[in-house]
Design a protein around this ligand. Structure first.
Ligand SMILES: Cc1ncc(C[n+]2csc(CCOP(=O)(O)OP(=O)(O)O)c2C)c(N)n1
Ligand code: SF4
Ligand SMILES: [Mg+2]
Length: 348
């Protein structure tokens, strides 16, 4: 569909009647080349291509360069920038108050795996319906490049020395924490990032995306595992991944037996074309073995690692009213004075 106005350039409109410009945010103030900028661009493209109305999506973040990035996409959406490591509880409260909106959280490896690990684990097991992106660069970028909990043992950084600790693997933690959607990607592979974000936005539960997102200022030496060079050299994609919206005919031309299809609750499909290995993303035990093997061999395995599209989200478990809680009038939220008095009279 195109806009036929004579003034200005012709804009391509999506099914929501919006142009890509309607999904943009403020100009980025992050360093040029920062992986977080590339992810913000893919969020814009994914939401545009999925015809999401920006006002129907709420952005959440904690603190960090990564957590600043919601300012750089979807300006028309509501956004909450929370305390460091506390994005999950903020998102839980807001999404409970309005279960009709989509939630999209952006966090960092420090925000999630250092200070925020406790909250992270609980949003996974509760299966809150939201996309949870970790922009993982192995450092605290905003505070000038200290080691984060995902930094590899032996990493040497200017002014920091040598990291003596074993890293936290966010995808592994998500699997152990019973997340219902776990994926890993690399900011240097924008097409895969975009398809995974689309799939995540269609998932009825928590969709964890651990995206290696190089910090070009503090941790981008070629031998560092969160650098562009290392990612490009070591990336092993599990499959070629395409997202097919519910209304679209499936026209994927793959040989029989080489394709896995996952149907989401909204009728959309994720088509996974197997590459050189046979991998079933619905097998959690296989996913854990695969991550162990990848870590032992220094592979940056990317793709959809695990999915369970059938598990109820936290919002399904509670008997929520059809009208979101934040739109219920006062008289429906609170019992009248006479009811309270009757209860008090019974007790005393
Ligand atoms: C309670 C609290 N402790 C420490 C800080 C300082 N601080 C701000 S951002 C940050 C780390 C951010 O790292 P990460 O989440 O990896 O984001 P990045 O900047 O790397 O994208 C820290 C420690 C803070 N803001 N609040
Ligand atoms: S300091 Fe690192 S993480 Fe922060 S904006 Fe710059 S490159 Fe990105
Ligand atoms: Mg970081």
């Amino acid at each position: 569909m195109t806009n036929q106005t004579t003034a200005g350039p012709r804009l391509h409109l999506n099914l929501a009647g919006l142009s890509k410009t309607d999904y943009r945010g403020n100009p980025s103030t992050l360093c040029q080349g920062c992986g977080h900028n590339s992810i913000a661009s893919q969020i814009i493209s994914a939401c545009y291509e999925l015809n999401i109305v920006p006002e129907d999506l709420v952005k959440f973040s904690g603190i960090g360069c990564s957590s600043k990035s919601p300012t750089y996409f979807l300006n028309r959406s509501f956004g909450f920038n929370g305390l460091h490591g506390r994005m999950p509880s903020l998102a839980t409260g807001a999404l409970f108050a309005d279960h009709t909106v989509k939630g999209l959280g952006v966090s960092g490896d420090g925000d999630t795996a250092s200070i925020g690990m406790g909250q992270f684990k609980h949003i996974l097991r509760r299966n809150m319906r939201m996309v949870y992106i970790v922009e993982n660069n192995g450092v605290y970028g905003l505070t000038k490049g200290q080691f984060s909990a995902t930094a590899e043992i032996g990493l040497q950084l200017k002014g920091q020395g040598t990291n003596p600790y074993m890293p936290v693997d966010i995808a592994w933690e998500a699997l152990v924490g019973r997340a219902s959607f776990v994926a890993r990607s690399f900011a240097g592979d924008p097409k895969q990032v975009k398809e995974l974000i689309k799939a995540a936005l269609s998932h009825n539960g928590v969709a964890l995306l651990d995206i290696i997102s190089p910090c070009v200022t503090f941790n981008n030496r070629d031998d560092a595992v969160h650098s562009y060079a290392w990612g490009k050299e070591h990336e092993v994609a599990l499959h070629e991944l395409s997202y097919v919206p519910p209304a679209e005919e499936i026209m994927v031309d793959y040989d029989e037996g080489e394709v896995t299809e996952v149907t989401m609750h909204d009728g959309s499909k994720i088509i996974l074309k197997k590459l050189d290995q046979s991998y079933d993303p619905t097998d959690r035990a296989q996913a854990m073995r695969m991550l162990e093997e990848a870590n032992a061999n220094n592979w940056l395995v990317t793709g959809l690692i695990y999915i369970d599209p059938t598990r109820p989200s936290m919002l399904d478990i509670y008997n929520l009213t059809d009208t979101p809680l934040n739109r219920l009038p006062e008289e429906k939220l609170r019992p009248p004075r006479e009811t309270l008095e009757a209860i008090n009279n019974l007790m005393f």
